[in-house]
Write a protein that binds this ligand. Structure first.
Ligand SMILES: CC(C)(COP(=O)([O-])OP(=O)([O-])OC[C@H]1O[C@@H](n2cnc3c(N)ncnc32)[C@H](O)[C@@H]1OP(=O)([O-])[O-])[C@@H](O)C(=O)NCCC(=O)NCCSC(=O)C[C@@](C)(O)CC(=O)[O-]
Length: 351
């Protein structure tokens, strides 16, 4: 994250006009498999992935308002925060407070990231205080395709992390809490380079086998292209059911929308995105935020796919949070929509 926050940690080992997407031929064979189901789920990761890497501390009230605005703008699945160690990711420290204070809108699924048993214990303690109205519906567990990234992110190898996540997943499922999984660095690892698709396939399978209902494939660094993403998906989908996969694309090289459309054409029906393109992973230096939610909605307009969310309201929400954070809005679509509105306002005023 060249110019963005990289946490200084005390422990030495902590490393620091849409037509059809042009698809790599390898992915085309999956396109017809998905034609019966044209609904695209969007997992809005802005309040978690988007905010976890901000330099300045964001007041819980701002996080709560962001989540509430997203829900009102039509987001149906919102990642509201994470129960990770505040020493590792200080921005997520107030998650219990945030999820307790946010509006729990009906029809919206709220999830939080949980890295280990300690995080789950903290979540269970919170849920015990709200037996009749649990603030959270689901958890998400996360690992990586490489040991180097896994060590940097959670201080354990992939094999060790799968053991931990197996215990976390079983304990959550025992309490009736659904579990989503993430695999990071599915294309390139910032520490060990190119990632073999077979490795992604196997880690994905391990997460599904332990009981995750879905696994989100993270191009954490944002170096993927439709070709490399298509190749990776060919291998992963060869063994894992495509409807249990999601795409999570950081937009570092501006390929986020193209990669998301590649995933959709491969049969994936869940895309993670972040309002205003907020975010980045603290352990992926140089990576920018997730593909912007506004850009995904715009890209799918007029296609055979339907996607939840009110684009105009999301654009407003994206500018609202960007202003609060004092940062530029990274959504090209949001900026274009705002510019068009201002132009139209100016033209009206002249009449
Ligand atoms: C996993 C650990 C905790 C291991 O970190 P560790 O230092 O090895 O943990 P530990 O077990 O040795 O414990 C150290 C201290 O942390 C505490 N602790 C331990 N666990 C927790 C917890 N859950 N909540 C609160 N506190 C915790 C624990 O109690 C102890 O406290 P002390 O005794 O020193 O006072 C740490 O590495 C961590 O929190 N990492 C999280 C990193 C993270 O959040 N990264 C970003 C999210 S992943 C991501 O962005 C990628 C994704 C999902 O978006 C997809 C993609 O784009 O690729």
């Amino acid at each position: 994250m060249a110019s963005r926050a990289v946490y200084t940690l005390t422990r030495s080992r902590k490393l620091a006009s849409f037509r059809r997407p042009v698809l790599p031929s390898a992915s085309r064979k999956y396109a017809t498999a998905s034609s019966s189901d044209n609904f695209i789920n969007i997992v809005e990761v802005g309040p978690r992935d988007g905010l976890q890497n901000e330099k300045s501390i964001i007041p819980p009230a701002t996080k709560v308002e962001l989540i509430n605005r997203l829900g009102k703008a039509g987001s149906k699945i919102i990642e509201a925060g994470s129960f990770v160690s505040p020493k590792w990711v200080p921005q997520m420290a107030g998650t219990a407070e945030v999820v307790t204070a946010m509006d729990k809108l009906s029809g919206v699924t709220y999830q939080v990231l949980v890295p280990n048993e300690k995080g789950l214990e903290n979540l269970f303690a919170l849920l015990a205080k709200h037996p009749d109205s649990p603030p959270i519906d689901e958890i998400a567990v996360f690992t990586a395709a490489t040991d180097a990234f896994s060590k940097a992110n959670t201080n354990v190898t992939v094999a060790e992390s799968l053991e931990i996540l197996g215990r976390v997943t079983r304990a959550a499922l025992d309490k009736g809490i659904r579990v989503r999984g993430y695999v990071s660095v599915v294309i390139d690892c910032p520490y060990s380079g190119k990632v073999t698709p077979a490795r992604v396939r196997d880690v994905t399978k391990a997460l599904l086998d332990m009981g995750c209902y879905e696994v989100s494939l993270g191009d954490t660094v944002g170096t993927g292209t439709p070709t490399t993403v298509g190749r990776m998906l060919d291998t992963v989908i060869g063994v894992n059911p495509v409807r249990k996969l999601a795409g999570h694309f950081h937009d570092t090289f501006g390929m986020g929308v193209a990669n998301a459309l590649t995933a959709v054409s491969a049969g994936i029906r869940t895309i993670d995105s972040s309002i205003a393109g907020l975010g980045g992973c603290p352990y992926s230096p140089g990576a920018t935020g997730n593909v912007a939610t506004e850009d995904i909605l715009y890209a799918l307009q007029g296609s055979q796919y339907s996607v939840p969310g009110d684009l105009e309201a999301l654009v407003e929400t994206g500018f609202w949070i960007s202003d609060k954070l004092g940062r530029d809005n990274s959504s090209r679509v949001a900026k274009a929509i705002r510019a068009r509105k201002e132009r139209e306002k100016g033209e009206k005023a002249k009449l």
